[in-house]
Design a protein around this ligand. Structure first.
Ligand code: NAD
Ligand code: 572
Ligand code: ZN
Length: 351
């Protein structure tokens, strides 16, 4: 039965998250209207709620949160040919301008005019109904669930990170930080052929999850000295890893990552912490350790979907909690505090 309203998770301002109806949007040209299904809570959603900004992206007016979503097509706009009412889709949340140099070169994640769900001032999709560009919606095969569809978003970050790092058959990969992003990076690195993956964290609970997901070495960060930690990592592998993918954003962890990486190797910075940091840059330079960054992803959804559909990756254990849309505020509390070992909290928009 069609609803009269469109219950939405609206961040009015810093600290003030409310559930209110918003108008049901109608699909424009080349858009689909989606009855939203599963939406995962990301650390950035929680960060906007608690702090009201991430860097220069400031919540200046109310914004609907949510960018890790899947939905069922409920209406199609003019010009849409590859989707029909009833199709189950994953939503790639960033819409680039399609016109600039980066877009034309396929590196559309670098588009300066990107409109990304739940990044101010662009509304997100944590609501009953939402419209999106049809070509940024990926039809899910029958063997991929709507929850897995929502998990394609963080998984795409892992795919982009592993591509930028050059993970290939036989790689030894160090992942620093075992939060949701470190864990999807671990899954992706293994699926891309890494022979061994080591993962670090301060929290044993997170390392336990990493073990369950297939990490070969789980290393608790128990020293403040990054060179001591680098030595422990080398001992775990029996040699230094070729590739490090830093997924915590913590300065000591970036330092450890550089010291730990083999000469001639590469460290990819996924975690974003303080805007400036003290890092052993000469050590990296003289050992030809490349330092690369990533900004979200481009052209990674099809690969993330194929990894799940083929059974090579099972990201479902990341989901620790479920809430109906009406209880979104409770869901955000659990995600913020990490209560009950929360990793990925999933909201169900049709319940
Ligand atoms: P999270 O906070 O849940 O996970 C970070 C993990 O790092 C935690 O488990 C924490 O205990 C651990 N940690 C903290 N200090 C550490 C240290 N010194 N050594 C090892 N581990 C340490 O966050 P998340 O959702 O997994 O995201 C991770 C990071 O990735 C965040 O900084 C986020 O902003 C960033 N991110 C970047 C992009 C991008 O495009 N570059 C995309 C998505 C997320
Ligand atoms: O899934 C996309 C995503 N990107 C994150 C964090 C969480 N989820 N990033 C970290 C914050 N940056 S940003 O540049 N920004 C707010 C635009 O500081 C984007 C990437
Ligand atoms: Zn995110």
């Amino acid at each position: 039965m069609a609803e009269s309203g469109n219950l939405s998770a609206i961040l009015k301002k810093k600290g003030e998250l409310v559930m209110e109806d918003t108008p049901i949007p109608q699909p424009g040209k080349n858009e689909v209207q989606l009855q939203m299904q599963a939406v995962g809570i990301c650390g950035s959603d929680v960060h906007y709620w608690v702090h009201g900004n991430i860097g220069d992206f400031i919540v200046k007016k109310p914004i609907i949160l949510g960018h890790e979503g899947s939905g069922i097509v409920s209406a199609v706009g003019e010009g849409v040919t590859h989707l029909k009412v009833g199709d189950r889709v994953a939503i790639e949340p960033g819409l680039p301008c399609r016109m600039c140099k980066h877009c034309k070169q396929g590196r559309y994640n670098l588009c300066a005019d990107m409109e990304f769900c739940a990044t101010p001032p662009t509304d997100g999709n944590l609501r009953r109904y939402y419209c999106h560009a049809a070509d940024f919606c990926y039809k899910l095969p029958d063997n991929v669930s709507l929850e897995e569809g929502a998990l394609l978003e963080p998984l795409a970050v892992g795919v982009h990170a592993c591509r930028r790092a050059g993970v290939y058959l036989g790689s030894h990969v160090l992942v620093c930080g075992a939060g949701p992003i470190g864990l999807v990076t671990l899954l992706t690195a293994k699926a891309m052929g890494a022979a061994e993956v080591a993962i670090t964290d301060l929290e044993q609970g997170r390392l336990d999850m990493a073990k369950k997901l297939g990490a070969n070495h789980c290393i608790k960060v128990d020293s403040r000295d990054p060179q001591v930690m680098a030595k422990k990592i080398e001992e775990a592998f029996g040699e230094q890893p070729d590739i490090t993918i830093e997924c915590s954003g913590a300065e000591p962890s970036v330092q450890t990552g550089i010291y730990a990486t083999a000469s001639g190797g590469c460290i990819v910075l996924v975690g974003l912490g303080a805007p400036t940091a003290t890092i052993p840059i000469v050590n990296a330079a003289v050992r030809e350790v490349d330092i690369r960054g990533i900004f979200r992803y481009a052209n990674c959804y099809p690969t993330a979907l194929a990894m799940i559909a083929s059974g090579k990756v099972d990201p479902k254990p990341l989901i620790t909690h479920h809430f109906p849309l009406a209880k979104s505020i409770d869901a955000f509390e659990v995600s913020k505090t990490g209560a009950g070992g929360a990793i990925k909290v999933m909201i169900h928009c049709n319940e």
